[in-house]
Design a protein around this ligand. Structure first.
Ligand code: SME
Length: 162
């Protein structure tokens, strides 16, 4: 059984992602249920990094996102494609790193403490958008190219099972 909580605070960011990934892969080996995977991924990342909010918005219908498994404070329940950081990342199917959310036109402030954000599209094996992974931080410019590279790799899990 994998450890329930890894302390990665002493590691650099790449090593922290790698250590958490080993834990996630061990926990989820053989798991194909999308919700179980989203829940566990949100939990492992949130416990590891301690950000304000880590979770998924799932696509419903043609152009709407609805909140999925998450850890953190209460988030908004629905987001239309093209709205906010999540809706913009969903509409373009590309990762968005926002170093200062107050400088992002249309940012949806679910928690006033949020200062920066990364949103990564989650695609199925056919390249269709099934969700976005959203992580919000209380720190300005908390996310960089390491987060993009690692999180894009993490969400490729879903292309294997959907
Ligand atoms: N800030 C996001 C909304 C989601 S929450 O913050 C949990 C956005 O602008 O899309």
């Amino acid at each position: 059984m994998a450890e329930t909580q890894l302390d990665v605070r002493a590691l650099d960011k790449t090593d922290a992602y790698r250590a958490l990934r080993v834990q996630f892969d061990a926990l989820c080996e053989g798991v194909t249920d999308e919700i179980a995977l989203m829940s566990t991924m949100a939990c492992v990342l949130q416990l590891g990094f301690g950000h304000l909010w880590t979770g998924f918005y799932r696509r419903v219908g043609a152009a709407k996102l609805i909140v999925g498994p998450f850890q953190g404070t209460i988030g908004c329940l629905e987001i239309e494609f093209g709205k906010g950081v999540c809706g913009t990342a969903a509409a373009h199917k590309e990762t968005l790193i926002v170093p200062d959310v107050n400088a992002f036109p249309g940012h949806i402030a679910c928690d006033a403490r949020s200062r920066s954000e990364i949103v990564v599209p989650v695609l199925d094996r056919g390249g269709e958008l099934i969700a976005v992974l959203d992580i919000d931080s209380e720190r300005l410019a908390a996310f960089d190219e390491v987060d993009r590279r690692e999180l894009e790799s993490w969400v490729r899990w879903f292309a294997k099972v959907t």
